[in-house]
Design a protein around this ligand. Structure first.
Ligand code: SF4
Length: 157
């Protein structure tokens, strides 16, 4: 599997957040910074972040592609309603956890680190038993970028 130089660099943010975040929860704010960055970027470049810069996407390309069973994604992964259900379930869980965190900076950082851990674990399971980028078909952040990218396209037409 070929991958880009930018992915090799960006990949390192994943262990930094997942392992470093266990000791320094404020590293969770890197996730927030990335979210702001790719939401703005997606308005101009659609899912450019996903294919070139996302640390988890890079990890899936660089490592999971070598051990994936490489099967077809389940059909439901392509269903828009299902993708939005995953999106709202994820966002609802995220908001609930932030509200339950006590409001401290470190507490909120822990929420982002743990959400990153959970979604990475899911992406690894799907990546092995289905397709290495299988998770990216239903990733809430991918769905969001795709939608924002289309908004701009539709306005231009
Ligand atoms: S779909 Fe999600 S995990 Fe996949 S590359 Fe995009 S943001 Fe990263």
């Amino acid at each position: 599997m070929k991958y880009k130089k930018s992915q090799v660099i960006m990949f390192w943010f994943l262990p930094l957040i997942l392992i470093g975040g266990l000791f320094y929860p404020l590293l969770g704010y890197l996730v927030v910074g990335m979210m702001v960055f790719f939401i703005v970027l997606s308005f101009f470049r659609g899912r450019y972040w996903c294919w070139n810069l996302c640390p988890r996407g890079s990890f899936l390309d660089i490592f999971l592609s070598n051990i994936s069973l490489n099967r077809q994604n389940p059909k439901i992964f392509g269903n828009q309603l299902f993708r939005w259900l995953v999106f709202f379930a994820f966002m609802g869980f995220l908001v609930y956890r932030i509200l339950s965190s006590g409001g401290s900076l470190a507490g909120i950082g822990v929420v982002f680190v743990s959400m990153c851990l959970i979604t990475t674990a899911i992406s690894i399971i799907i990546g092995i038993i289905v397709k290495h980028r299988g998770w990216c078909a239903i990733c809430p952040m991918g769905t969001l970028q795709e939608k924002i990218g289309r908004l701009r396209k539709n306005r231009k037409e």
